[in-house]
Design a protein around this ligand. Sequence first.
Ligand code: 8YV
Length: 326
Amino acid sequence: MADDKAEVLMIGPVKKLIADGLNAAFKLHVMATAKDGEALLAEIAPRVRAIASSAPSAKADRALIRRLPRLEIISSFGVGYDNIDIKAAVEHKIVVANTPQVLTEEVADTALGLLLCTVREFPQADRFVRAGKWKSGDYPLSKATLRNRIVGMAGLGQIGKAIARRLDAFGVPVVYHSRSPQKDVGYRYYPKLVDMARDVDTLIVITPGGPATRNLINAEVLAALGPNGILINMARGSVVDERALIKALEDRTIYSAGLDVFVNEPQVPAELLAMDHIVLFPHLGSSSQFTRAKMEQLVVDNLLAWQAGKPPLTPLPETPWAGWKG
Ligand code: 8YV
């Protein structure tokens, strides 16, 4: 019976596979298309048992979690979940599921693309051709090359490892920093990020976002990276002190940067937009139709598993499945 369907609130932009999948199995309420979001929330709050978050910009904060007394699960799109108040979820015994694994290789591909674009100036070279400048002479040789670089990975989770594997194949030495050393890798481990930054000239940031990593890449780390330094950020804008980065790029404390993420995206600081020697991507790590479809489907499948009384397929370790509340 339709009325027995669990009520699910979708926050964030409407994504077709998520909306269709949830509409078929649940009573779905969509915040993005509500005429008055506040009125919708006031009406459905006592009954909502699940949230589907469709983008990192869709926040399930403490205030929202507290307003939903029957909430049991948040199914979140993306591997990063800094848009969800995990502490509040734990306190309210709410399981949170994200979409890991299905995007690992895609994001690692993008990281290599961004690295190559930044080191070898491929976007600038494309602009050069389109501007008709080739007829007047060749594009200048790139000052940087991947050939003599050492990459320091800030973060070596699933995606970090997939990036490192690609760098192995490229013949580029890799070292890493993370909260603790990993048992299953042969790369040199640095307990202190700043020590690693001093020893490498290329830093790839692929940590989780959230309070624990806020401004991890600060002025000191950038200074340690040095004048040949290239910073690639594939994590979250918040992991890099954006003001310190702008200053380091302006002062040539580091050589260049390739950024897929920003503190206030889609707003990008004017100073970064004005720099021609850096590369800016619009947060497209996972954004092929192929991979996004898998991510959207996993948002749905996590809720279908929950509906069947089973644990979601990919719960966060911080919010273990505590069983069906009925
Ligand atoms: C975004 C990501 O979800 O998975 C993540 O955490 O950052 C990406 O896959 C996507 O780029 C939408 O902004």
